[in-house]
Design a binder for this molecule. Structure first.
Ligand SMILES: *[C@@H]1O[C@H](CO)[C@@H](O)[C@H](O)[C@H]1NC(C)=O
Ligand SMILES: *[C@@H]1O[C@H](CO)[C@@H](O)[C@H](O)[C@H]1NC(C)=O
Length: 294
């Protein structure tokens, strides 16, 4: 029994000893604010007062910031970092985290690289766009290789100066104020390009050799390039989109059988949810299992 207690005490001591080793030094940033008043020697003496010796302070210090703002980076244990955080002039102490590159290749970045979904799966997805309509002759909406729309599709194509196909399967337009600008066409046809852009970004075909005036040439494509598209034109050349029309578009799109709604428009201010056509429309879309991205 006495032996067991002695062994237990020994193990406990060993655990206490190893605990110290678990607390390895990690690179920490010590931020000290705006003024580049302090130099490396101040940072060094701060470290020395916590670490106990000049040589361990020298080993610990990785960067001194002092040209444009004040602070330093040093290898510290949790306790040492906490002690530094208490020192005068220290604003924050935080670990050296690893950041990621951001990108202009958004679909790849989000994991929607080319061919992630099978063509058959994708072909059954219907993406609805509440926007300025679309330019139906645009090659992003060419239906070569597409079969008929999936049977769940219950929408329609208002063919006033507009032709649907097996890619661009639905089109409606709304202008309850009868308020047309010069250049507007009373049709789902997009006269300003916004809806053609958002529709092709969400679900347009892959188009090789696309560029911006010769710059950044490559393949332009939607996130789901084989999906079907239905456009609901509620915005007009004057740049306005009315609540009453937006709600009618949601009401139709949900009943038509879209799987996803993309809505790239909004108020300039903040409105109450119960007086906000996008909040009301997207709430009911989500209740019907339709992912709505605004
Ligand atoms: C659609 O694409 C096919 C294949 O590239 C092409 O032959 C056809 O002319 C295109 N249709 C339209 C309407 O541009
Ligand atoms: C449809 O609109 C386009 C663009 O304004 C125009 O060129 C074309 O003639 C119109 N087609 C019809 C049938 O109205």
């Amino acid at each position: 029994m006495a032996n067991a207690v002695a062994l237990y005490t020994l193990l406990l001591a060993a655990v206490v000893l190893t605990c110290h080793c678990d607390d390895e030094s990690k690179l920490q940033v010590v931020y000290m604010g705006d003024r580049p008043q302090d130099d490396a020697s101040t940072h060094h003496s701060m470290l020395q007062s916590v670490l106990g010796s000049a040589s361990s302070a020298k080993d610990s210090l990785v960067h001194s910031y002092g040209k444009s703002f004040n602070g330093f980076a040093a290898k510290l244990s949790e306790e040492e970092a906490a002690a530094i955080a208490e020192m005068e002039g220290v604003i924050s102490v935080f670990p050296n985290r690893k950041l990621n590159l951001h990108t202009t290749r958004s679909w790849d970045f989000m994991g929607f690289s080319r061919g992630v979904l099978e063509q058959g799966q994708e072909g059954n997805i219907i993406v609805g766009l509440i926007d300025t309509g679309a330019w139906p002759e645009h090659p992003s909406f060419n239906d070569t290789g597409y079969g008929p729309p999936p049977p769940k599709w219950k929408g329609t194509c208002q063919t006033k100066n507009f032709t649907c196909n097996n890619k661009l399967i639905g089109a409606r337009y709304y202008n309850s104020d009868d308020d047309y600008d010069d250049g507007d066409i009373p049709s789902p046809r997009d006269t300003i390009g916004h809806g053609t852009h958002t529709a092709s970004t969400a679900a347009g075909n892959e188009l090789a050799g696309t560029s911006f005036l010769g710059l950044a040439e490559g393949v332009a494509r939607g996130g789901v390039p084989n999906a079907r598209i239905a456009v609901y034109k509620v915005c007009w050349a004057g740049g306005f989109c009315g609540d009453a029309d937006i709600l009618k578009a949601f009401d139709d799109a949900i009943a038509d059988g879209v799987d996803v709604l993309s809505v790239s428009l909004g108020y300039t201010g903040i409105s109450d949810y119960f007086e906000d056509s996008i909040a009301i429309g997207s709430f009911h879309a989500m209740r019907n299992g339709i992912l709505t991205s605004c």
